[in-house]
Design a protein around this ligand. Structure first.
Ligand code: KG4
Ligand code: ZN
Length: 355
């Protein structure tokens, strides 16, 4: 006898991931192949390259997670169907269909990638509904209330780019990937590292905090990134230029980090006040921080201070579950299966992926 066991498949972006998770919250197996290096020369994800790699990787990745597992112990396959790159998602869906045709006892559970992100915390922590969640990564920036497995309220999302993208592009323009101070570190992680010895007030970036029109919880990082580019240009802050002052680089990194974090902090603050304003104090009892950017310790500290002030309980799931992975998809499958939500015997009734 096995407790409920689900195979999760994720292909929405540049990771081909799969995992098998049990209903008692045990991760039985997981595997992932990332294609980042094939896209990097093009400066972004190239859909046709992603599609081909998913096609090639799905068989070995699923074989790896199923290596020591009998198919008849699996109850269902959960697969991301949206949002994401449609042709990438289709690879996962087509492969799932083949598996369902071969192993006819399996049910199919379509998964919304963002809902899976918002719910992973329940795999690692006992977090009851409702809670507030901030997803901040290279591709996402959303603030939402999770009231139940399939009941979400969006408070705000980014109007342009995600904070991780602002970190990544800043690091790239500073040429930190070529800098000996931050070897083996890229993007936000490199900036966080340099910022530890930086004086943020040496530079100043304007965040969209004071706009009277924006009383909501939407985010915008595009304006900050333009200012960052201007400073780099004006001050010649490319780390490869031999005469660049290391302290300047650290100070500017601190400024970038604190500006991005300050903007996120004001929106979380608004969200907390908003819950009271609409008489939903139960919504702000707990806050979950998720996504690659949530691994930033400075961000965690600032949000933690805010939460302490308002009596909000803060949860930070381990970073490996915050990034795209098969585990969160399988876990969402388990939560949905238990409630019999969109569990299909056949694939034919299910939704078509959307971008
Ligand atoms: O969730 P994630 O691994 O992938 C997706 O974007 O889907 O997030 C990656 C993002 C990158 O933009 C990266 O720069 C950012 O998370 N990141 C950080 C830190 N570590 C990773 N940003 C700020 N501080 C960090 N320590
Ligand atoms: Zn994601």
């Amino acid at each position: 006898y096995h407790s409920l066991r689900v195979l999760g498949i994720e292909t929405s972006c540049d990771d081909t991931s799969a995992a098998v998770v049990d209903g008692d919250r045990t991760i039985i197996s997981q595997a992932c192949r990332n294609q980042f290096k094939y896209h990097q020369p093009w400066g972004g994800i190239v859909p046709s390259i992603a599609k081909n790699h998913h096609y090639e990787n799905l068989v070995p990745v699923v074989a790896e997670v199923m290596k020591d597992i009998e198919w008849n112990t699996i109850a269902a396959i959960a697969t991301s169907i949206k949002p994401g790159l449609v042709i990438s998602l289709w690879q996962g869906i087509k492969f799932t269909r083949q598996l369902l045709e071969k192993y006819t006892h399996l049910s199919f559970i379509p998964i919304h990638h963002m809902e899976a992100h918002a719910l992973t915390v329940r795999l690692t922590h006992d977090v009851p509904f409702p809670y507030m969640v901030l997803l901040a990564s290279g591709g996402h920036c959303i603030l939402a209330i999770v009231e139940d497995i399939d009941k979400f309220y969006r408070l705000g999302e980014t109007q342009d780019i995600a904070p991780g993208e602002a970190f990544d592009k800043s690091a790239r323009e500073l040429k930190l990937h070529k800098h000996p101070l931050v070897e083996n570190m890229v993007g936000g992680a490199a900036i966080e590292y340099l910022a530890r010895e930086g004086y943020e007030k040496r530079y100043q970036l304007i965040t969209p905090k004071y706009s009277a029109k924006m009383r909501d919880c939407s985010f915008s990082f595009g304006g900050m990134l333009s200012q960052i580019r201007r400073v780099i240009e004006k001050d010649g802050l490319y780390s490869e230029s031999s005469n660049v002052d290391e302290q300047k680089l650290k100070d500017f990194s601190a400024c970038i980090q604190s500006s991005i974090v300050r903007h996120i902090e004001t929106r979380v603050h608004r969200a907390i006040l908003f819950c009271d304003a609409i008489q939903k104090p139960q919504w702000k009892r707990r806050l979950v921080l998720s996504g690659g950017v949530a691994s930033n310790l400075y961000l965690r500290q600032r949000i933690n201070d805010l939460c302490t002030h308002y009596g909000v309980e803060l949860f930070c799931p381990p970073v490996e579950f915050c990034t795209d992975n098969g585990v969160m998809i399988a876990w969402n499958g388990i939560e949905r299966y238990r409630q019999n939500m969109n569990v299909f015997e056949r694939m034919s009734d299910t939704l078509v992926p959307e971008g």
